[in-house]
Every structure is written in C-alpha cells, then in structure tokens.
Design a protein around this ligand. Structure first.
Ligand SMILES: [Zn+2]
Length: 69
C-alpha cells in the first residue's frame, strides 16, 4: 500500500490556472504575478471618492417666479 500523505501540491496559478512555479509561487510566471499585483494594487487604490454634490446646500436656490404666462 503506497499511500503518500496528501500534501498540497503546488497551487494552480490563480490567474491562468496553470501549475504554479516555485519561482513565481503562487503564480506560474512573472506575468501572472504582475497581473495579480496590479489587481491587488488597484484594489487597494479603490478609495471611495468624496461624493460630489452629495449635500447640495439648498437654501439659496430659490426660483424666481418662472411661471410666465
Ligand atoms: Zn499563470
């Protein structure tokens, strides 16, 4: 009975699902690593921008009689 302990093999590249390379683990290549890094960075950079005109100060926006006729 040759049952080797199930140890997790090299994970698949999360980008292209190819077997990851130790040099680029957990990716298969520098390109995929770069892609993931880019995603990660862009994800970090996703900062909720301040809403423009979120609270429009209403008060000085009165219409002067626009009912003409
Ligand atoms: Zn890949």
């Amino acid at each position: 009975m040759t049952e080797a302990p199930r140890k997790p093999k090299a994970d698949s590249c999360p980008i292209c699902r190819k077997p990851a390379q130790p040099a680029f683990a957990p990716f298969c290549s520098a390109r995929c690593a770069d892609i993931d890094l880019g995603r990660w960075l862009s994800d970090r950079y996703v900062i909720p921008a301040e809403d423009e005109e979120a609270d429009a100060p209403q008060g000085g926006n009165e219409r002067e009689n626009g009912s003409d006729r």
